[in-house]
Ligand binder design. Sequence first.
Ligand code: NAP
Length: 247
Amino acid sequence: MQISFENKVALVTGAGRGIGRQIALTLAEGGATVICVSKSATCEAVAKEIVGKGGKAKAYCVDVADSAAVAEACAAILKEFEKVDILVNNAGITRDTLLLRMSNEDFEDVVKTNLNSCFYWIKGLVRPMTSARWGRIINITSVVGLVGNAGQVNYAAAKAGMMGLTKSLAREIASRTVTVNAVAPGFIETDMTGVLDPSIKEMASKTIPLKKFGQAADVATLVAYLASEQAGYITGQVIAVDGGMTM
Ligand code: NAP
């Protein structure tokens, strides 16, 4: 099967590192023009890497938790590119601690960055998709949103919220042939899981049926498929990439 993103414009949030970087590289390899978004300048290095390989990319440093900044970026992006065909809401953070120790700020920052950001980007970019009767929205959630995790009530609430948003929006815009899906990674080797104590990593690996952490490419490959023409009959789904953790 040949997947092509020629003439498509994709936007990936959190494209500066980890899973988002790999998604940006994969979509660019397929021919998409990729708008790479991150909070710091990491997105600039990724856009440069794509262009260096002969692809098309542009970097935007935007705090996805800031609704005004996202609205401003969306307006500038639509002015320059006229449309975004593929939106991947991948930016995310964790602020783990038990509920009794969790500050309001820890809760709100995590929900704003992971969940509110999806709403802001979709609001800013969905109209040209519905007008064109073609679009792909992919939200990167987590298995934690499906099964919960002690120490992550903020993150689990945000990730479960993304699943509800995905399913509701899929129903709203299916008539415009815009699909909306969520991908739920389990443990993937990135900076986010790099901070875990080696003993915790070892214990976690034992609970995964496939007995290892996944790679960013495992997630990016599914995202690329969901973004493709071929995936046009899949919408409103939450698909886990978790080595069998949640089967
Ligand atoms: P990561 O390596 O920590 O990278 C996170 C990316 O998000 C970075 O590029 C970061 O920007 C960006 N970001 C964070 N806050 C932002 C903000 N306010 N505005 C703009 N960009 C922001 O994370 P990852 O492991 O690749 O995770 C990617 C996604 O997958 C997240 O949504 C995460 O919750 C989800 N996920 C990951 C795992 C896992 O095991 N790794 C498992 C399940 C779900 P900077 O580069 O500028 O810091």
